[in-house]
Design a protein around this ligand. Structure first.
Ligand SMILES: [Zn+2]
Length: 234
């Protein structure tokens, strides 16, 4: 393995640990990284809780979710990552999570609109994908490419999307950015739920969402947050 590839896999392992430590991922959920040497492939852990993932667990898949490298048991929902990478050339990393603060918004259908500056990272109004609309009664897991492509269509060009009665999807132009979007979505959901309890939330305007999201799109703020999360792993 080249040094660059080893460093990239190490960062993916760190992202798994960070997202678990920050309460975005728990026993379930996953984070992936597009292969910089082959845009039609991506890296994702074998079926394992993100907080326990190490470099040996990382497998490589094509954009149909088929295994390219690795012979361990993959996540069933790896197809989510495959379909999003296929639909979104601008996306380098995908996070699928069931963050506790976000789940109420995936079931009560109160729009998860940004209520503080970093909440803007989640977009103006995350779309909601309801598997029942097209697929009827299922386990709610995104278990094949047909479902995954439907979900990717709902995500469209947005940074986040809710999966009704299931969880959420966050994407980014880098591993750190997707992690940042995920943590900010977790926080925005918490703040919004609390604001709804004490009064009427003041939502960011469309212009504020655009400006705040642009301000935190990669670069120094993302690296600063990453450094902070990594320091909290010890
Ligand atoms: Zn899931």
């Amino acid at each position: 393995m080249t040094t660059i590839r080893a460093e990239m896999i190490a960062e993916l392992v760190t992202a798994n640990r960070v997202l678990a430590n920050e309460g975005v991922l728990d026993a379930f959920g996953h984070v992936s990284l597009r292969d910089p040497d082959d845009p039609n492939a991506f890296f994702l852990s074998r079926s394992r809780s993100p907080g326990q993932v190490s470099a040996e667990d990382i497998m490589r898949f094509d954009l149909n979710g088929e295994v390219l490298d690795g012979n361990q048991k993959p996540y069933l929902e790896r197809v989510i990552h495959a379909a999003v990478f296929a639909a979104r050339p601008d996306v380098t990393s995908v996070v699928h999570h069931h963050a506790e603060t976000v789940l109420p918004f995936a079931t009560a259908f109160v729009p998860l609109r940004p209520v503080f500056h970093l909440g803007a990272l989640g977009g103006l109004r995350p779309p909601v994908w309801d598997s029942a609309d097209e697929f009827g009664d299922t386990s709610l897991l995104v278990s094949d490419m047909e479902m995954a492509r439907s979900l990717a269509r709902c995500l469209g060009d947005k940074p986040t999307c809710l999966l009704a009665r299931h969880g959420a999807l966050c994407v980014g132009s880098s591993l750190r950015q997707a992690t940042f979007v995920s943590v900010c979505m977790r926080d925005n959901a918490k703040v919004l739920a609390q604001a709804l309890q004490i009064g009427t939330p003041s939502y960011l305007s469309e212009g504020e969402v655009a400006a705040a999201a642009a301000k935190h799109d990669g670069g120094a703020p993302v690296d600063r947050a990453w450094e902070y999360w990594v320091s909290r792993l010890d």
